[in-house]
Design a protein around this ligand. Structure first.
Ligand code: NAD
Ligand code: DAU
Length: 339
């Protein structure tokens, strides 16, 4: 089996590459990544010399380069993780979000139609459903929840999902879509809540909490997301959407305080800053469908996952210190100075 993993030098894609190489010794994994600010070859250090692994530094929106890769590799399955993924950046400027997340998806699916594949899998997000109110704990996102986006990022992901559905209906392209809740774990880029808070706490820098910190996210350890996608591409029904989440809801403040507690740091490091524009209040996934149809269940509790994650950031300081001391420094200043 030959599987193309786009965005494999990023957080979830990188974890998925490791997961698949370790699990399927006879599969060929072809990583396609443009190496934007979020892509990091160091994430792929341990697999880069594996004979079952190959890498293309390619933009998924570059039709010519994508077609050449398809001709050379004749892949069976495409798993599309490649995306601009940070909500705050999409609020600053959404152009690249539309190019990569929408046009890139179109190019990949056109290549799938032209060269033929067994499955195109779109890695989507629970953000396409918008948000839920804090005072309705009985509500969850199901696959039937209408798309109702808040940020340019989520609008671009929802647009891509609609396009994937259209390619299924119009061209019979064998597609599946997964919509997952917030992931955390190793190799998470330190602009996102959990790794940012770990890095800042370790450096005794202020921890910027948006608004009052009451927003709720449904956290899933990244390996559990990988196992869900593995099941969907092998056993999921073509044309279907699967929600992925582990009933691990926490307010941002709870998450930040847990991190400070685990690191033995003072809560005085917390700094409440101006809220994110259009900030979604609560995400909560109902994962009944993937559980009932494919037997998927998450295996790592938040308590265990957050400890593993903190341990990983302590053991792999070079990985994230390189990032925060590089080009990302300017972006951090832009988002957080005078906030
Ligand atoms: P990330 O930002 O860490 O990684 C994105 C990767 O895609 C990077 O390696 C980057 O170089 C690459 N990339 C960006 N533009 C590209 C392009 N034009 N061509 C080729 N490669 C390109 O993102 P992530 O957090 O790992 O998210 C991966 C996917 O999962 C995204 O599609 C995201 O929408 C989705 N998702 C993320 C989460 C989460 O909590 N992080 C949850 C649900 C869904
Ligand atoms: O739900 C899935 C989505 O989760 C993915 O589709 C996105 O790609 C991913 O980035 C993530 O989106 P969020 O906006 O939920 O993640 P982020 O880590 O940016 O923020 C998590 C929460 O923490 C959110 O309520 C905003 C808040 N926050 C974030 C940062 C970076 C802060 O309070 N302070 C911060 O500095």
């Amino acid at each position: 089996m030959k599987i193309v993993v786009t965005g494999g030098a990023g957080f979830i894609g990188g974890n998925f590459v490791h997961y698949m190489i370790n699990k399927y010794k006879d599969y060929k994994i072809i990583c396609v990544d443009a190496l934007t600010y979020a892509g990091n070859m160091e994430t792929l250090d341990s697999v880069k010399d594996n004979p079952n692994f190959s890498f293309y530094k390619t933009d998924i929106a570059d039709r010519k380069a994508v077609y050449e890769m398809f001709e050379k590799e004749t892949p069976d399955i495409i798993v599309n993780f490649a995306a601009e993924s940070h909500v705050d950046r999409s609020i600053e400027n959404s152009e690249i979000f539309l190019k990569t997340n929408v046009m890139g998806t179109q190019v990949l699916m056109d290549a799938c139609r032209k060269y033929g594949i067994k499955r195109y899998h779109q890695v989507s997000t629970d953000e396409v459903y918008g948000d839920l109110p804090l005072d309705r704990q009985d509500l969850f996102f199901t696959e039937k929840t209408p798309l109702h986006t808040s940020s340019p990022y989520s609008a671009s992901k929802a647009s891509a999902d609609l396009l994937v559905g259209a390619y299924y209906r119009t061209y019979n392209l064998p597609v599946t879509i997964s919509r997952c809740s917030n992931n955390y774990g190793p190799y998470h880029f330190p602009e996102k809540l959990i790794p940012l808070m770990i890095a800042n706490a370790l450096n005794d820098k202020k921890l910027p909490v948006y608004g009052k910190g009451k927003n709720v996210r449904d956290w899933l350890y990244v390996e559990d997301h990988c196992s869900a996608i593995d099941l969907i591409i092998h056993k999921g029904k073509v044309g279907e959407v699967y929600n992925v989440g582990g009933h691990n809801e926490r307010t941002n403040l709870e998450v930040v305080k847990t991190i400070l507690h685990e690191l033995g740091k003072s809560e005085e490091l917390i700094k409440y800053v101006t809220d994110r524009k259009g900030h979604d209040m609560r995400y909560a996934i109902d994962p009944a469908k993937i559980h009932n149809e494919l037997g998927w269940l998450p295996t790592i509790t938040f308590d265990k996952g957050i400890k593993n994650t903190i341990r990983w950031y302590l053991d792999n300081k070079a990985w994230w210190e390189n990032i925060i001391s590089g080009e990302y420094k300017n972006c951090y200043e832009k988002i957080y100075t005078n906030r």
